[in-house]
Design a protein around this ligand. Structure first.
Ligand code: NDP
Ligand code: MG
Length: 385
C-alpha cells in the first residue's frame, strides 16, 4: 500500500533526505504536502519534482516571491495557517516532522489531534511538551516512529521485548568535533571548527548542539518520553565511529545494539516502512572497514549542557522547555557571531536560574515559558557583548 506523507521542513537536512527516500521508493511513498520557512527556491524545485497538493512557506515575503513565479497546480500557502494545513492535510496518513527547533511543536501536535501518524525528527517537540504530546499520541491512537538515529536504534532493539525487563538504555554520542578537548582549549573556537562535525552532516542548529553535547541531553529527554523509561535507566556512552546507533541492556545481561551506516536516510526510511523493511538504495555497512568500534565515558565537565539538560528532564514540568528555549537562543546567537562557544552553556545556566517551574503545564504554560525563557536568554546574551 502506498504511504501518503507530508514533509514539514522539506528544505532542511532531514527534509531533503526524506525526499531522497521518497525518490528511491516511488511505488511506496507519495508526497502530498511540503512545508519550509524561507527557502522558496528549493521549495519550488521540490514542488516541481513531487507535485504535492499543497506547499506552505512560513515566511510571507518568501511566499509572495514563490507565488509571483509559480504557475503550477500546487496550492501555495503561508504563515502558521499554512503550516497547520500541511500538517493536517486530509490526504496524508503520516507527517514527517522535520522542522528544526520549537517552531515544530504546534503543527506536529495539530497533526496528532487530526489522527496523523508521526515520523518524528523534531526532538524539541518532545523536550518542550513531552507529557502533553505523548498523551495526545495515546488519545488519538496514532503511531509515533522515531527518526533520530539513536531512538530508531532503541526502538528496533526493543521490538518484541518487554519494557519491564529493560535494565538500561545506552544512547551513543559521537562526541562531536571537540571530543578530547578541555574547557581551556574551547575558549576561542570558531564557528567553522564547530560546524565541522566528524561524522554527520546536519543542519547548523543540531551541529552546534552536537559540539556542546546539548543534543545528547535533548536525546535523553526524547528517549524518556518515547519509551516511557525512567531517567536513572538512561545512560550516554561516547562512540566516536557512530556505527552503533544505540543499545538496550536487559536484566539478564544481554545487550542488543543496532548498527548501520552513518546515514540518516536509513532511520528515515525505517520510520516510513515500519513494520516492514524495504530494500536499501543507500549502501551497506562493511564491519571490517568500520573497525575498530570504541566506547568511552562522556566528558561532562567540559560539556556541562549534557547533565544540565538531563537535570531539567528529571525536574520535569516546564524545566525542559526552558532549557530548550535558552539553548536555541544561545545557539542562534553563537551562529550570528554574538557570543563565544563557551558562552552557550553560560546563557542556558543563567536562564534556568530565573526559571520558576510549572508542574503539569498546559500548552499555554509551555508557550509562556518558551517566550519568557527566550527573553531572559536574550538579556543574558546582551550582557555578554
Ligand atoms: P535544518 O536546519 O537543516 O532544516 C530545518 C527545516 O525546518 C528547514 O526546512 C527550514 O526551512 C524549516 N523550518 C525552520 N523553521 C520553520 C518554521 N517556522 N516554519 C516552517 N519551516 C521551518 O534542520 P535539520 O534537518 O538538521 O533538523 C531538523 C530536526 O531534525 C531538528 O529537530 C533536529 O534536531 C532533528 N534531527 C536532525 C538530524 C540531522 O541529521 N539533520 C538527526 C536527528 C534529528 P528553511 O530551509 O526554509 O529555513
Ligand atoms: Mg541523534
Amino acid at each position: 500500500m502506498i504511504k501518503t506523507i507530508a514533509v514539514m521542513g522539506s528544505t532542511g537536512s532531514i527534509g531533503r533526505q526524506t525526499l531522497d527516500v521518497a525518490n528511491a521508493n516511488p511505488d511506496k511513498i507519495k508526497i502530498a504536502a511540503l512545508a519550509a520557512n524561507t527557502n522558496d527556491e528549493l521549495l519550488e524545485q521540490q514542488i516541481r519534482i513531487f507535485n504535492p497538493d499543497i506547499a506552505a512557506i512560513f515566511d510571507r515575503e518568501a511566499a509572495k516571491r514563490l507565488n509571483a513565479r509559480y504557475r503550477g497546480k500546487t496550492e501555495i500557502l503561508s504563515g502558521e495557517e499554512g503550516l497547520l494545513a500541511v500538517a493536517t492535510h486530509n490526504k496524508i496518513d503520516t507527517l514527517v516532522a522535520a522542522v528544526s527547533g520549537y517552531a515544530g511543536l504546534r503543527s506536529t501536535l495539530a497533526a496528532v489531534e487530526n489522527k496523523k501518524n508521526i515520523a518524528l525528527a523534531n526532538k524539541e517537540t518532545l523536550v518542550a511538551a513531552g507529557r502533553l504530546f505523548m498523551e495526545a499520541v495515546k488519545r488519538n491512537d496514532v503511531s509515533l516512529l522515531p527518526v533520530d538515529s539513536e531512538h530508531s536504534a532503541i526502538f528496533q532493539a526493543l521490538n518484541g521485548e518487554r519494557y519491564e525487563e529493560v535494565k538500561r538504555l545506552l544512547i551513543t554520542a559521537s562526541g562531536g568535533p571537540f571530543r578530547g578537548k578541555q574547557r581551556s582549549d574551547l575558549e576561542n573556537v570558531s564557528l567553522d571548527q564547530c560546524l565541522k562535525h566528524p561524522k554527520w552532516s546536519m543542519g547548523k542548529k543540531i551541529t552546534v548542539d552536537s559540539a556542546t553535547l546539548a543534543n545528547k541531553g535533548l536525546e535523553v529527554i526524547e528517549a524518556h518520553w518515547l519509551f516511557g523509561i525512567d531517567y536513572d535507566k538512561i545512560e550516554v556512552v561516547v562512540h566516536p565511529q557512530s556505527i552503533v546507533h544505540s543499545l538496550v541492556e536487559f536484566k539478564d545481561g544481554s545487550v542488543i545494539a543496532q548498527m548501520g551506516l552513518t546515514d540518516m536516510k536509513l532511520p528515515i526510511q525505517y520510520a516510513l516502512s515500519f513494520p516492514k523493511r524495504w530494500d536499501n538504495a543507500f549502501g551497506q555497512l562493511d564491519l571490517v572497514k568500520a573497525s575498530p568500534l570504541t566506547f568511552e565515558q562522556p566528558d561532562v565537565l567540559t560539556f556541562p549542557l549534557l547533565n544540565l539538560a538531563v537535570e531539567c528532564g528529571k525536574n520535569g514540568g516546564t524545566a525542559p522547555c526552558a532549557f530548550n528555549a535558552a539553548n536555541e537562543e544561545a545557539v542562534y546567537a553563537f551562529l550570528a557571531g554574538k557570543i563565544r562557544f563557551l558562552d552557550i552553556s553560560a546563557v542556558v545556566s543563567k536562564t534556568l536560574d530565573m526559571h520558576v517551574n510549572i508542574n503539569n503545564p498546559t500548552i499555554d504554560d509551555i508557550e509562556c515559558i518558551d517566550k519568557e525563557s527566550r527573553i531572559n536568554a536574550r538579556i543574558a546574551i546582551k550582557k555578554m557583548n
